[in-house]
Ligand binder design. Structure first.
Ligand code: FAD
Length: 408
C-alpha cells in the first residue's frame, strides 16, 4: 500500500516522486522500460537543455494562450528553482549563450544520475520493466495493474509523456488511462519535427543552413502565423530550429489539407525593394560579377542556383544582362520563396506531442484531476507544448513538482 504510485520515469515522474518523498510520502515509481528516463537522456542531443532564463510571464507567453495554465506550477517552481534544486542535489548548470541552461557536464546522463540518486536517498521504490496496463479505482483506493503485479495506492500520478519517439518509452498510455476515468483528450499531433515539401529542388541544397529565415503560412486567415530562425534543407524538405517550432502549426493543418503552402524568406527578412536595391548596389560595385557570384553575398551557392533555375535566370551572366521580367521573378523569389509542405515523419520523429489531457479537466493549482480525486497528471501527457529551448522540460519539472507537493 503506497501513498502514491507515479507512472513514468521522465522528468515529470521523477520530480513528482522526489517531491512527494521529501514530504514523507511512501512512493512507488513504475517504469515500463528497462531503465529510467530514456527520453531525458536523449534530450538536447544528449546534452539536455534543462530550462531557460526567461522570466515567468515571458515563459508563459511562449506557450500560446494555453500557457496561462502553468502560472501556479511556475510560481511554485520556476527555472531558478529548478537550477537551485539541481545544484542542491549535486548538478551544476550553466547558460553559455545566456539563455539556454545545460548541465555543466554537457551530458544529460548526469541529470538522470542526480535525480536517480536523490530517489535512492529518499527511499523512493523504483521498479523498471513494469508496464502499467490499467488503473481501477475502488472507493478511495487505486489498483494499478502491470503485466505481473497489482499495486494499491491512495494517489496516482500519470507522468507517461506523449507519443513522440516511442522507442524511448512514451506510447500514449497516459491518454488511455485518462479516458478510462472519463477525461477527454485534445487532438494529438506530432510536433517539433522536420517537414517534407513538394519541391524536389530542396534536395540539391541539403545540409545548407539559412540563418534567420522567416516562415509564414500562405493561407488567408493564417498569415499571422510566422516565425524566424535557422533553417536547414534536407533530402525531403526542411528542418532546423525554426522548422521544429513552426511544425506545431503545420501538422494539424495537414489533417485538413493535402498540402500546406508556406512562404519562406531566406534573405534575413529583406523585402522585395531591399533585395532589388541590394542587388543593384552590389552589382554597381562589381559589375563583372556573375549573378551567382552576386547572390553569394545573400545565400549559399546551392540555394542561389536553385532560385536562378526557378526564375529561369542565366546564372553565369552579369546581372545587367538579365531581362527585367526574369530579374523581377528572381527578386520575388528571394523575398518570399514558396514551399509546399506535404508531410512529415510522424510521431517517430516528433520531439513533442501537441494535444493531450484537456486542461479544463485538471486543477492548475494542484495538477489533480477535476473528475477523479487522487488522480494527478504532469508533464507532456497534459495538453501543453512549448517551443525548443528548455521549455518542455521546465514544464515537466514544474508540473511534477506541483503534483508531488499537493498529494493528500
Ligand atoms: C530527442 C528529443 C530531444 C528533446 N530535447 C529537449 C530539450 O533539450 N529540452 C526540452 O525542454 N525538451 C526536450 N525534449 C522534449 C522533452 O524531452 C519532453 O517534453 C519531456 O521529456 C517530457 O517529460 P515527461 O516526464 O512528461 O515524459 P517522458 O520523458 O516521455 O517520460 C514518460 C515515461 O513514462 C514511461 N511510460 C509510458 N507509459 C508507461 C506505462 N504504461 N507504464 C510504465 N511506464 C510508462 C515511459 O517509458 C517514459 O519513461 C526533447 C524530446 C526528444 C524526443
Amino acid at each position: 500500500m503506497y501513498d502514491v504510485v507515479v507512472i513514468g520515469s521522465g522528468a515529470a515522474g521523477m520530480m513528482s516522486a522526489i517531491t512527494a518523498a521529501r514530504d514523507k510520502k511512501r512512493v512507488l515509481l513504475l517504469e515500463k522500460m528497462t531503465a529510467l528516463g530514456l527520453k531525458l537522456k536523449a534530450t538536447g542531443g544528449g546534452k539536455c537543455n534543462i530550462t531557460n532564463r526567461l522570466n515567468k510571464e515571458d515563459f508563459i507567453n511562449s506557450f500560446d494562450k494555453q500557457g496561462r495554465f502553468m502560472r501556479d506550477a511556475l510560481s511554485l517552481f520556476d527555472s531558478q528553482d529548478l537550477v537551485d534544486f539541481l545544484n542542491d542535489i549535486g548538478l551544476s548548470t550553466h547558460a553559455l549563450d545566456g539563455f539556454r541552461v545545460f548541465p555543466l557536464t554537457h551530458d544529460s546522463k548526469s541529470v538522470l544520475d542526480v535525480l536517480s540518486m536523490e530517489m535512492v536517498r529518499l527511499a523512493v521504490e523504483v521498479k523498471c520493466k513494469q508496464d502499467v496496463q490499467n488503473i481501477d479505482k475502488v472507493e478511495d483506493l487505486f489498483f494499478i495493474k502491470t503485466g505481473t503485479d497489482t499495486f494499491k495506492t491512495k494517489n496516482v500520478v500519470i507522468a507517461t509523456g506523449g507519443l513522440g519517439y516511442s522507442s524511448l518509452g512514451s506510447t500514449g498510455d497516459g491518454y488511455k488511462f485518462a479516458t478510462s476515468f472519463g477525461h477527454s483528450i485534445k487532438d494529438l499531433h506530432p510536433a517539433m519535427l522536420p517537414l517534407h515539401v513538394a519541391e524536389k529542388w530542396v534536395k540539391n541544397c541539403r545540409a545548407d543552413t539559412i540563418a534567420k529565415a522567416t516562415l509564414k503560412i500562405d493561407i488567408p486567415k493564417m498569415k499571422k502565423y510566422h516565425m524566424r530562425g535557422d533553417l536547414i534543407f534536407t533530402q525531403k524538405g526542411i528542418r532546423g530550429p525554426v522548422v521544429l517550432d513552426f511544425a506545431t502549426y503545420i501538422t494539424p493543418l495537414l489533417k485538413i489539407y493535402d498540402m500546406v503552402p508556406l512562404l519562406v524568406n531566406l534573405t534575413k527578412g529583406m523585402n522585395e525593394e531591399e533585395v532589388r536595391n541590394f542587388l543593384k548596389e552590389n552589382h554597381k560595385i562589381e559589375p563583372n560579377q556573375s549573378v551567382l557570384e552576386l547572390l553569394a553575398k545573400l545565400l549559399p551557392k546551392s540555394v542561389s542556383q536553385e532560385l536562378c533555375n526557378l526564375a529561369q535566370v542565366e546564372r553565369d551572366k552579369r546581372y545587367s544582362e538579365i531581362k527585367a521580367v526574369k530579374k523581377d521573378k528572381l527578386i520575388k523569389l528571394l523575398a518570399w520563396t514558396p514551399l509546399n509542405v506535404v508531410g512529415h515523419d510522424g510521431f517517430d520523429k516528433a520531439m513533442i506531442t501537441k494535444g493531450g489531457v484537456k486542461l479544463k479537466e485538471i486543477d492548475p493549482k494542484t495538477m489533480q484531476s477535476r473528475l477523479v480525486k487522487g488522480l494527478y497528471f504532469c508533464g507532456e501527457v497534459v495538453d501543453l507544448d512549448g517551443p525548443c529551448g528548455g521549455y518542455n522540460l521546465q514544464w515537466s519539472f514544474s508540473s511534477g513538482y506541483l503534483a508531488g507537493c499537493m498529494l493528500d
